[in-house]
Design a protein around this ligand. Sequence first.
Ligand code: BES
Ligand code: MN
Ligand code: ZN
Length: 511
Amino acid sequence: MEFNIKSGHPEKQRTACVVVGIYEPRRLTDVAKRIDDVSQGHISSILRRGDLEGRAGQTLLLHNVPNTLADRILLVGCGRERELGDNQYRKIVTKAIRTLHETGSMEAVCYLSELNVRGRDTAWRVRQAIETAQSALYVFDQLKTKKESTRRPLRKIVFTVASRRELPRADQARREAQKIAEGVKLAKDLANLPGNICTPTYLAEQAKDLCTLHENLSCKVLLENHLERQGLKALLAVSKGSNESPRMIVLEYQAATRKSAEPIVLVGKGVTFDSGGISLKPSKDMDEMKYDMSGAAAVLGTMSAVAELQLPLNLIGIIPAVENLPGSKAVKPGDIVTSLSGQSIEILNTDAEGRLILCDALTYAERYNPDVVIDIATLTGACVIALGKHAHGLLSNHNPLTNDLVSAGKFSGDRAWELPLWDDYQDQLESRFADIANIGGRDAGTITAACFLSRFTRKYHWAHLDIAGTAWVSDKKEKGATGRPVPLLTQYLIDRSNEDDLYILSEQVEY
Ligand code: BES
Ligand code: MN
Ligand code: ZN
């Protein structure tokens, strides 16, 4: 899809379709008013007849509107102006884009980016419009032999801004949005692939492919014998029950203006299929455990967006990738392993495997002397119970990092909500026979999982995003990966690179 930004009068657009909003009840937006004026009341007379109330998501396609240059005008209901918030805006844009796609307009000029969204500016509206448009048209049909094709698909959308002065900022927003949307698409595609295709080996190949596209992105892949030699025994314990060989993928992106700047490290859980192992899961919905590598997919999607945007920072991506199956060599409940950190772990439930691969990856991260480490994992069913599918669970040992992530989530519409990481919960992880147990009982499952990880992150600032509820949608019709939290993470990194600019400026001022 091609996206552009411009400003100009709606009646003068020579295009397949001009998209304008109508508020409820039957109230014209400024742009609709303008078309109404030049067409001698064409639109208001239609509204008066009762064809469109203006409820959010309603649409009406008009042809031959007098004194306009477009082939069509698509009216889109926007609901009550006073109630127009983030979610409503995304819903309206989604509806408009899908309607365009299905009604034969191959290109369009869309004025919905000028709607009055509560508390949001032009740049935000452009960003969200483009990201929303891209995901409204997403389909995963790689594995279907008969693809549903649209005869005249939408190819190009121009979003408008009210004045020429806003063009530079809006165009920067467009650039960011396109790269974020590409990162989201990459994450979705990887996560949607089934476990028999998207194996640890496949993930490593994808990481290498990504690196060939970018000069300052490089990749190294640790194989089973490396992992053995280095002592990542917790990770290897999970992989033992499967014939798929494990990988640890390390991506390095170097573009900080100070070469030595400490990197930000992202660690993504890459369980390409989680059967539970010997602690086998029930069969209902087990297919969804192909999504258990969504954290890994988000790391790859985010690194792609960052590299495309050429953000001036150093970023490391670490992806422990394994398959969790109950083969005859599988790790068993009661087995004790020594992690890379030296701490011994009693594996009381082989289905609590995410924390086992993450703890070694988090210890591995120490060698980068990181500024902050953020792990992303479909870690606990308990998180779905606590927060549903709307917010990521967020737990951290560093308040400023929590605040940065929460606000990046609010801005990008990809929100996280903090849960407490209090020491009070640590007792639940006590083991009779090892330093720590890998499960903490029924209470507060998301928190005890994070407490487990916290034992391996004492040497740096760290945050954990539990994306068990947010990484994919289960409803039959809409089933699929969401690409979250690529928007949150990329926004956090954009914010961090802006702040570093200021830092360098102030350094220069001192000299
Ligand atoms: N990948 C699952 C978590 C999960 C379950 C995510 C359902 C999304 C939907 C994870 O490996 C797991 O199995 N966690 C266990 C932990 C328990 C054994 C302590 C869980 O949540 O049941
Ligand atoms: Mn599991
Ligand atoms: Zn899992």
